[in-house]
Design a protein around this ligand. Structure first.
Ligand SMILES: *Cc1c(COP(=O)(O)O)cnc(C)c1O
Length: 435
């Protein structure tokens, strides 16, 4: 076994010191090389399938620069809201390269998805008529999201609880829905399911694929609908903890291939395209939230107060999620001290880590919080009047590029534009200085 810690930051203290001359902490920084190498490995793993396509789940990292990198590597976008659709279209990911997988969908969102020519993945059988009303007629291609109910388990392990999830059609509704869609002139069908989140096992996708491929065969045989694609959605996870074994995307792709050969090919369905809608797996490990220790507090416990807080990364506060921490410049120092690493929100769950063993840390040290590249910045919010941070890109040539500026107070108050209070806060003649 390697004695080095398994999780290594992709930034160094020297680099961060250089960056902060221009962009103060906190900020999220993304590793372009890591993102590109990973997406290439994913595409290679599924290259056996002629129609394979990854639709990047935009909600994981809705930044046009990151989306464009993925687009250059052959990805489409998976959107689930009006502004995500706008963003994808503006980035240049258009038409069929957009998968619209939404639920409880407002009419305007279906309207924009249809206008952009996105492939629509319906979440409910009642949305067939809802969409027909919005569009006037249905598109030639439609997909339906499946929810088998019960528990999703592999062997003796319960992975997740679809029976308790709000998404999708029941099995009976899938058959009923496909017949209804056929009656209404739909020609190409897709099926989709998202049954377990953040799986760190090479068996999830193959097992999901087996279930969906069997369903696809039955749907095609019993309804006559032509299944054009099976969308395995998201759910491939990442090892947030240093002791977790990362997924082997080659093994996952191979597992799905075996299921495809066993189930679809004998049914004469070897032309079915396999789609994925991965978010976390695509960008998660390739982001860090970089923050500075600004206070130390010694009361009943030892606290490191940093200049980021839960608005910059919600997962620890929301799910108690583990995010690994590297004290930059102290990578090889012994983890001899136990700290709570906290932000400044007036909420006691604003803790990036609790009872975490770290090297002895001082005020002024920089900390990299790992695996913030997906569902990190994007889950941000403005509670306590806190502002969103900048996003930076560590480019392949090692230069650092600003890909989103930090919010200023003016952004926070922007929705009072036109109200008197806004002019009082940002008088016209001094508006330059107020920024
Ligand atoms: C969130 C989401 C994804 C991406 O999930 P990850 O766990 O980030 O891979 C894909 N599809 C849909 C419909 C989603 O809601």
């Amino acid at each position: 076994m390697d004695s080095m810690p398994k999780k290594k930051a992709f930034v160094t203290r020297e680099l961060v010191e250089r960056i902060t001359e221009e962009y103060p902490t906190p900020f999220h920084i993304y590793d372009e090389r890591g993102i590109r190498e990973n997406v290439r490995a994913l595409r290679e793993a599924f290259s056996w399938n002629r129609g394979y396509k990854e639709f990047f789940a935009v909600k994981a990292a809705p930044n046009p620069f990151l989306m464009r990198i993925l687009q250059e590597e052959g990805c489409g976008c998976d959107c689930s809201s009006y502004t995500e659709l706008m963003l994808s279209d503006a980035v240049g990911v258009k038409g069929e390269d957009i998968m619209f997988s939404s639920n409880d969908t407002p009419a305007e969102e279906f309207g924009l998805a249809a206008a952009l020519g996105a492939t629509i993945n319906l979440d409910d059988i009642t949305h067939i008529e809802f969409l027909e009303k919005v569009m006037g007629r249905l598109p030639k291609t439609l997909s339906c999201r499946f929810n088998p109910g019960g528990y999703f388990s592999m062997g003796t392990d319960i992975m997740d609880n679809p029976g308790d999830a709000k998404y999708g059609f029941t099995e009976a509704q899938m058959f009923q829905g496909f017949r209804l869609l056929l009656d209404k002139g739909v020609e190409n069908f897709g099926i989709h399911a998202f049954l377990a989140s953040n799986t760190v096992t090479n068996e999830y996708y193959p097992e999901l694929a087996r279930q969906l491929f069997r369903l696809a065969v039955r749907l095609q045989e019993e309804t006559g609908a032509r299944i054009a694609f099976v969308n395995l959605s998201g759910g491939i996870g990442i090892p947030y903890r240093p002791d977790q074994e990362p997924n082997d995307i080659r093994a996952i792709g191979e597992g799905v291939r075996v299921a495809f050969e066993e189930i679809l090919v004998p049914a004469g369905m070897g032309d079915v395209a396999v789609y994925t809608e991965l978010g976390r797996f695509m960008t998660g490990p390739y982001g860090h939230l970089v923050t500075k220790v600004i206070h130390q507090k010694h009361i009943h416990k030892e606290y490191l107060g940093v200049d980021a807080c839960a608005v910059n990364l919600m997962r620890p506060a929301m799910y108690g999620a583990y995010h690994h921490i590297t004290v930059l410049g102290k990578e090889d120092a012994p983890c001899s001290h136990k700290y709570d690493v906290v932000g400044s929100l007036c909420e006691n769950n604003d803790k990036f880590a609790v009872d975490r063993m770290l090297p002895e840390t001082e005020i002024g040290d920089y900390i990299a919080i790992h695996d913030t590249g997906a569902h990190g910045f994007s889950m941000g919010y403005n509670y306590n009047g806190k502002l969103r941070s900048a996003e930076l890109l560590l480019c392949e040539d090692k230069t650092v590029r600003l890909i989103r500026r930090a919010e200023t107070p003016r952004d926070y108050f922007a929705t009072f534009d036109g109200f008197e209070i806004f002019d009082r806060l940002f008088p016209k003649e001094t508006s330059e200085e107020s920024q």
